[in-house]
Design a protein around this ligand. Structure first.
Ligand code: CP3
Length: 343
């Protein structure tokens, strides 16, 4: 087998697979004791800038769970920090921006990202592709809307009120902000592909806060620019958000090869909304992993049944692994999906 023939990449291309491939968003992270040990005394963002540590943390879930793909250990705010935005990731909180983006003058703080700004990322990707053998490495970036939400709110937000105030109140500035972020995001994905990433995922985690009409008008053009910029690189593009039931068709339209689905829409229905020509990724509720083994297996069966008629399915959770998840439950789930779908 080669990376190109791996079940994960075959499923992304909607080709027949020996078993349904599995990986988990946030598979590297706090659910693993070996991760907590490796990170001891090192701040989150600092750890993302150390290629050897990034390599070790990225490999941990691959060794432990036998997942079909690795996902680079990094964060969606890394490219912003790399161009000099003063931000930090607070444990248990998330990204916090010292001076939120609120006016035209703030555009000046968002210069384009140069590959040299994130040398530690290309180095980590190169080290990883060497270590991973036939296992594909997924690179990723935050989509313009989700990045804008952190920049404008100054941190995690439930209602995105400042972000929406800017979007509705100053559409021209909003469009410029998203356009700059699209440039930064495209450059960040490009660095990872150039260094050897086999696929990329665009995380628009919080875009489910928008109506379809607002998404189409105010966000889709920027996300489409990002996905278009990497369309000809020969790597599948996964487009994911949470609470996107009403947006699935538009996420596909923005230019994805694979659409990531959260747990709220069954995959057969998601396939109807997404339309022909795309694979789907998802969509077990991450909270299900706290239930007894039999319940996890029953819910996994439900996901597999809904996906049974689809030409391409990558098994994943509907959002990231929750920090208190029992790692053994994840290992068992991978084995279960492999076993149930072996052909
Ligand atoms: O294993 C992987 O999936 C790769 C690593 C990864 C991280 N962040 C590491 C991380 C990925 C793909 C991300 C993406 C990311 N970061 C997203 C999109 C994915 C999603 O969950 O929707 C978002 C919205 C962020 C922003 C962010 N960074 C949040 C909300 C948090 C969690 C805050 C908390 O402590 O609860 C972070 C921090 C972060 N990023 C951690 C990890 C492993 C936790 C750091 C720690 O160990 O304290």
């Amino acid at each position: 087998m080669t990376v190109t023939d791996s079940p994960f990449l075959r499923a992304c291309r909607r080709e027949p697979v020996p078993h349904t491939p599995v990986w988990f968003m946030r598979q590297a992270g706090r659910s693993l004791p070996e991760y907590r040990k490796a990170r001891e005394g090192i701040a989150m963002l600092d750890s993302c800038m150390r290629p050897e540590l990034v390599t070790e943390i990225t490999l941990q879930p691959v060794r432990r769970h036998q997942v079909d793909a690795a996902v680079l250990f990094s964060d969606i705010v890394i490219p912003l920090r790399a161009i000099g935005v003063d931000l930090d990731i607070r444990p248990g909180v998330g990204p916090v921006v010292a001076r939120p983006f609120r006016s035209r003058a703030d555009l000046e703080r968002l210069r384009p990202l140069e590959p040299d700004d994130v040398k530690y990322v290309s180095e980590a990707v190169r080290m990883l592709t060497g270590e991973l053998g036939d296992t594909p490495l997924i690179g990723f970036a935050g989509a313009p809307f989700t990045l804008a939400s952190y920049l404008v709110e100054g941190g995690p937000s439930r209602h995105h009120e400042h972000t929406k105030a800017l979007m509705y109140g100053d559409p021209a500035l909003w469009a410029e902000l998203l356009d700059r972020l699209a440039g930064i995001t495209s450059a960040f994905l490009d660095v990872q592909i150039e260094a050897g990433a086999s696929a990329v995922q665009l995380f628009d985690s919080w875009v489910g806060a928008l109506s379809p009409a607002d998404y189409r008008r105010a966000v889709l053009p920027a996300s489409a620019r990002v996905l278009g910029a990497v369309a000809d690189r020969g790597v599948p593009r996964i487009h994911f958000g949470v609470g996107t039931g009403e947006l699935l068709g538009l996420l596909a339209e923005a230019g994805a090869d694979v659409v990531g689905v959260d747990w709220r829409v069954p995959l057969d229905e998601a396939a109807r909304r997404v339309g022909l020509g795309r694979a789907l990724q998802g969509n077990l509720d991450p909270a299900v992993l706290f239930a007894p083994r039999e319940a996890v297996e029953a819910e996994a069966d439900r996901v597999l049944k809904a996906a049974a008629g689809l030409p391409g399915h990558v098994f994943n959770l509907g959002h990231g692994v929750l920090p208190d998840t029992d790692p053994d439950a994840l290992t068992r789930l991978v084995a279960y999906v492999h076993e149930r779908t072996a052909r």
